[in-house]
Design a protein. Structure first.
Length: 384
């Protein structure tokens, strides 16, 4: 989504793009039902944007090894598709994972063109800190590959200052690292609301706390379920979780075992559907995993909350995201612990007008700092 939407803006300035994506929905772990492989071209309604999907093994939700196999098969098939594409002026490759980035780098060398390496997640640092990657030899090789790709790339794009600082600490030249954060679209900033989704009709009179995004181990949503358990007797408060992931079943099972009737799992929604659900919420929650990397993160889910003018409770260490919350004046960072989150939710329930005003400040901040068409212009300058 980040790339296609930014490329739409750049296509107006005579740029042309050949985009290679995977045919796997990473939230469900399944291939898109309309995929007709091994390579399928998708019509984006713009001749300057050619988009093909390639097969990736549907093993993403079958443990860490399954996830790696998904990445490997995608990288191999993406390289094949790239070799058949017309010669570009530049190859832009992205992580996660390093296998994907490597296939893009190899393609740039075979095509004889520069390589731009975009880093949206730090690999292998993320799986190492999460305890998913423990083999010392594999870890050592992965860090070597990360540095190798960064050194060989002509330019690097990262999403936060923290990412840039990390790469500099790894010996990468600062002058070739550019920061372009994730962004928000004009239509979301201008969203004026719609009828209450039928799924939320039973919660019409409730104070709704919302989470929208992936539901995996990395998202640490046990904090939110813990807060819901603490507040189970507050009958006017309800929690909704929008999304899917490999931890959803575990969390739902936990809610059933605890007989939590104040938590509703709504499943996947399209990007166009999500605003209707979030607008019904009194506040939104974003949670980072309790690992050092969390200080460097800037996730799309937070920007969506900003764009929709929602008050945000961020559970995280101080870092790049908490600075945005503080500068925008649109919420509060909380230390880890469900009791901290539960206590602040009660405060928000009793200060609804103040929370609404703070949320609107966040919308203004998003328009000034994260408007996607402005960020696309910055990317265009880097691509030139």
């Amino acid at each position: 989504m980040r790339h296609i939407e930014m490329f739409r803006h750049l296509a107006k300035d005579d740029h042309e793009f050949f985009i290679i994506g995977g045919a796997l929905n990473y939230l469900t772990g399944k291939l898109y039902p309309d995929f007709r492989g091994p390579v399928q071209e998708i019509d984006l309604g713009n001749p300057a944007l050619r988009f093909v999907r390639v097969h990736a093994a549907p093993t993403y939700r079958k443990g860490f090894a399954g996830r790696i196999w998904t990445y490997l098969t995608f990288a191999a098939n993406a390289l094949k598709a790239g070799l058949k594409a017309p010669k570009p002026d530049l190859v832009m490759t992205t992580s996660p994972s390093l296998f994907t980035a490597l296939s893009g780098y190899v393609l740039s060398r075979l095509k004889g063109v520069p390589c731009l390496f975009e880093i949206r997640d730090l690999w292998p640092r993320a799986p190492v800190e999460m305890g998913l990657l423990k083999n010392k030899a594999v870890i050592s090789f992965s860090y070597w590959l990360e540095k190798y790709l960064c050194q060989r790339a002509e330019k690097i794009v990262v999403i936060t200052q923290g990412y840039k600082d990390y790469l500099i600490s790894r010996g990468i030249r600062a002058e070739k690292i550019h920061i372009i954060p994730n962004g928000v679209d004009e239509w979301m900033l201008n969203y004026q609301g719609s009828p209450l989704p039928p799924e939320l009709a039973p919660l019409k009179e409730k104070f709704i706390v919302a989470y929208a995004g992936a539901i995996g181990k990395f998202n640490h949503l046990s904090e939110l379920i813990g807060a819901a358990e603490i507040l189970r007797d507050e009958k006017d408060i309800a929690f909704i979780l929008i999304g899917d992931g490999n931890d959803r079943e575990n969390l739902q099972r936990s809610c059933r075992e605890k007989n939590l009737e104040n938590v509703l799992f709504l499943g996947l929604k399209t990007r166009q559907e999500i605003p209707a659900f979030l607008q019904a919420a009194a506040l939104t929650v974003v949670i980072h995993p309790p690992i050092p990397l969390s200080r460097l993160l800037l996730q799309n889910k937070l920007l969506d909350c900003l764009a929709l003018g929602k008050f945000i409770l961020l559970v995280s260490e101080e870092g790049d995201t908490s600075k945005i919350i503080e500068e925008a004046g649109c919420g509060e960072r909380l230390p880890y612990g469900p009791e901290n989150l539960a206590g602040k939710i009660l405060w928000c329930r009793d200060h609804r007008d103040e929370c609404r005003m703070m949320g609107e400040r966040g919308r203004k901040y998003a328009r000034e700092h994260f408007l996607r068409k402005d960020l696309a212009g910055r990317l265009g300058e880097i691509l030139a």
